[in-house]
Write a protein that binds this ligand. Sequence first.
Ligand code: AQP
Length: 331
Amino acid sequence: RPRVLSGIQPTADSFHFGNYLGALRQWVDLQRDHQPFFFIADLHAITVEHDPKLLRERTLRAAAQLLAMGIDPNRASIFVQSQIPEHAQLAWVLNCLTGFGEARRMTQFKDKSAKQGEGAASVGLFTYPILQAADILLYRPHFVPVGEDQRQHLELTRDLAQRFNSRYKKTFRLPEPYILKSTAKIYDLQLVDKQMSKSIGGSGCVWLLDEPSASAKKIRSAVTDSGSEIRYDAEEKPGISNLLTIYSALSGESIATLEEQYAGKGYGALKGDLADLVVTFVTPFRERTLELLDDQAYLTAVLQQGADTAGAVAEATLRDVYQRVGFVAPR
Ligand code: AQP
């Protein structure tokens, strides 16, 4: 079975609909006929200022959410990045293969560092995509299910794999991004030109673990566009188009069917129905997550089992890498 690998940062108490529709839903689907490795990216989470106690809590909350969503620990290895030291070890080797200018071109660093000023951003934030390349290449996956914002990082990952393979010996598989066009970028419900994001949060971000009534309220107060026609047009009607995207993904109805269904109806009707759909989705998800959080022994056991499987794969890859770059045999 082809391998898939992906990760998510435990940087908030809850995942949001952008994470879910852009990436996590594909994780659930792909686990059926692939060999999946899914990890919680806590090493990435410390590239920005964080609270240690919260990070530990959020790591377990992330695991609980993945299970509640339907990731099956008997099919998928679910693990915590920091428990597999090979991620950081391979990242060092890849750091030494990456050009400074090449790393500088990563737009996510430009965006994220712009908030605090480049001088104040950590070197970890700068080398984030190189650690991400290590996360991926260690497991030699065929596909990496992610949102559109990760495309550039995937390209860097492929470049580094290719460079290592040609400089030393064929070691890494060149992974393909798995990006579903329809949901590759879910936008903030208030700032319709920004992608929904954990760090923006606020009333434009719909969290999976919010009180369902709070999520419904956010949908009903989403910014919409001038005019009243319900039609998908990302340029002219970004607000309505984003709601149609979310609606279509959650209901399984095509956008064309929804346009037909809402012909002649107002924005309020669409928002009200979408709010109901969101409540139907998040209510059982939230209950299941909270139940799982009450069973920390189970969560820890799942993560231990995931780390055992992932650790064996990572160790074998790193052994090849260290041998090929010319390090003496491990002690
Ligand atoms: N708005 C989005 N639309 C589609 N996909 C998205 N992803 C994130 N936001 C959207 C995808 O979710 C996966 C997990 O990404 P992450 O943990 O790196 O998430 P993130 O970047 O921390 O999420 P945010 O919300 O964007 O956080 P900040 O504010 O820190 O940048 C990835 O596959 C990502 O593509």
